[in-house]
Design a protein around this ligand. Structure first.
Ligand code: 5GP
Ligand code: ZN
Length: 116
């Protein structure tokens, strides 16, 4: 997708602080971190949102969780704890329409993750 911000990061047309990269997924630091560690894990394949995950995407989307766990280990938050989040659609505040798994941690995160 030529007009997709995260596809441009994948294609290295836009800079990002990449912390992990392989043939299926890449992970980079969020430009506006919400916690001491805030990394976005994305599939190389363009998928717009969780609503658009097809059967053929299951392996790529499932793989994001394995990358998230590796990122957490590297960031030193695997034992202290972290949260993985897909925001989907307006009420969740999704602002970039290439599916991305937020990995946040490095401080107590609280629950629920939204105002009551
Ligand atoms: P969403 O709100 O869609 O769940 O998450 C999008 C995330 O992408 C936000 O946390 C936002 O800070 C981050 N973001 C937006 N533009 C950029 C960018 O150009 N570079 C990086 N690294 N993160 C971005
Ligand atoms: Zn994209």
């Amino acid at each position: 997708m030529s007009d997709c911000l995260f596809c441009k990061i994948i294609d290295k047309k836009i800079n990002a602080d990449i912390v992990y990269e392989d043939e299926r997924a890449i992970a980079f630091r969020d430009i506006k971190p919400a916690a001491p560690t805030h990394v976005l894990v994305i599939p190389r394949v363009h998928i717009t949102s969780l609503n658009d995950v097809l059967a053929e995407h299951e392996a790529d989307v499932g793989y994001l969780f394995r990358v998230a766990a590796q990122v957490a280990e590297r960031e030193g938050i695997a034992q202290s704890g972290y949260r993985t989040v897909f925001n989907c659609g307006p009420d969740a505040g999704q602002s970039v329409f290439h599916i991305h798994l937020h990995v946040v941690g490095g401080k107590p995160l609280g629950w629920p993750p939204f105002p009551r």
